[in-house]
Design a protein around this ligand. Structure first.
Ligand SMILES: C[S@@+](CC[C@H](N)C(=O)[O-])C[C@H]1O[C@@H](n2cnc3c(N)ncnc32)[C@H](O)[C@@H]1O
Length: 364
């Protein structure tokens, strides 16, 4: 018989641990914080819990989560691999994910969360030491898990210490080791915002048709614009700062070199998709975006907004920020701290019909 796991783990960016704990306390008051390290947390589950193997933690700041079976220590990686399988027991699995705990906050001295060579070596070792069972698992570590696959999780928490767990892949983050989506910044990208926009588009799956017109507030120098242009969109970049020449040269790009509040509303009449990534407080971003999307002549269908959390205390206000966006008529509003986000979160919002925008008092 296989034991029911008594703990879950979650991984997050360094600095977000408190935000994860606060969210978990709000959503799952019966989970008790247990062992944790920067970027890695565990919670004790209530006795007799009936969580399914694909349960959703629903924490914006948790990049990945799953059931935790325990920590593994040993004299050598081979010894640790054997111990990992002993902990994992007879459970079925379809693939193995190995990733490291973040060792610094994203951007600190160039740190980017990523699967390392050491992870690839540990994964190979686990694969070699796998028990001889009828289980049919894949050795493929280059593609994301398919939805529904069971994943053996191994987090490299510290030198000589791994944590073993498992989850069933469902949503975006759960299909990649530790939610690390494995994007490489192209050599010609003019800023790392390319990574943020790519990850945001893949996570949100906003149905933006090729050829669509996208307004991008806070577009300079233009990495995110490059990602949008590469998908065939027409991009209007709004930013008082200079765009990179390579972006300006693209015939589908237009620069409005102003602050967002100085842009005439008619510029947004044909815009159905809007992104914002300004280095300002969340309230300012929301004020600016609200002005635009609630204007009677503007019909923005979907948005990707970066909300900068200059202070981690802003994390507690996230439910209110999302409620405010919903009040503009966006039925689906989701947030995630992407692996390429710094101290900020990405919000995706979409509305399905023209009639859903609540009428403004003067329109009633
Ligand atoms: C994080 S950077 C944007 C990076 C950009 N998306 C890219 O792909 O390279 C933030 C930008 O917001 C711009 N910004 C700040 N306040 C703004 C405002 N009120 N209206 C438009 N842009 C603003 C800044 O000039 C800066 O270029």
């Amino acid at each position: 018989m296989i034991d029911v796991p008594q703990f879950i783990f979650a991984t997050c960016q360094v600095g977000a641990e408190h935000a994860v704990k606060r969210e978990a306390a709000r959503r799952h008051p019966d989970f008790r914080p247990a062992y944790s390290r920067p970027g890695f947390l565990t919670f004790k589950l209530p006795e007799g819990h009936e969580l399914a193997d694909d349960f959703k933690l629903r924490c914006v700041f948790a990049r990945s989560h799953g059931f935790a079976l325990g920590g593994v220590r040993g004299e050598s990686p081979a010894e640790m691999a054997c111990e990992a399988w002993r902990l994992f027991g007879e459970r079925p699995y379809d693939r193995i994910h190995v990733w490291p705990r973040d060792l610094a906050s994203p951007g600190h001295r160039g740190f980017e969360p990523a699967v390392t060579d050491e992870c690839r070596q540990v994964r190979e070792l686990l694969w070699q030491h796998r028990p001889a069972t009828a289980n049919v698992a894949t050795d493929d570590d280059t593609s994301p898990a398919r939805r529904g696959e069971l994943v053996l999780d191994c987090v490299l928490v510290d030198p000589g210490q791994w944590w073993i767990g498992f989850h069933r892949a469902r949503g975006f983050g759960s299909r990649w080791p530790g939610g690390l989506v494995g994007l490489q910044l192209p050599a010609d990208a003019v800023s790392r915002a390319w990574l943020k926009m790519e990850e945001a588009l893949r996570w949100s799956r906003l149905p933006i048709p090729s050829g669509a017109r996208v307004a991008e507030i806070g577009s300079a120098p233009g990495g995110a614009s490059q990602s949008l242009l590469a998908r065939g969109f027409h991009v209007t970049g709004i930013d008082p700062a200079a765009m990179a020449p390579v972006v300006l040269e693209n015939p589908r790009f237009r620069h409005i070199r102003r602050r967002a509040i100085q842009v005439r509303r008619r510029e947004f009449r044909k815009v159905r998709w809007l992104t914002a990534d300004m280095n300002v407080a969340p309230k300012y971003t929301l004020d600016v975006v609200e002005e635009i999307v609630t204007h009677p002549e503007v019909r923005v269908r979907g948005m990707l907004l970066t909300l900068k959390l200059f202070d981690w205390e802003f994390a507690d206000q996230l439910p209110e920020y999302l409620a405010r966006i919903r009040s503009w008529g966006y039925e689906v509003v989701r947030a995630r701290q992407l692996c390429h986000n710094h101290q900020e979160v990405c919000v995706a919002a979409i509305r399905h019909g023209r009639s859903v925008r609540p009428p403004k008092p003067h329109e009633k």
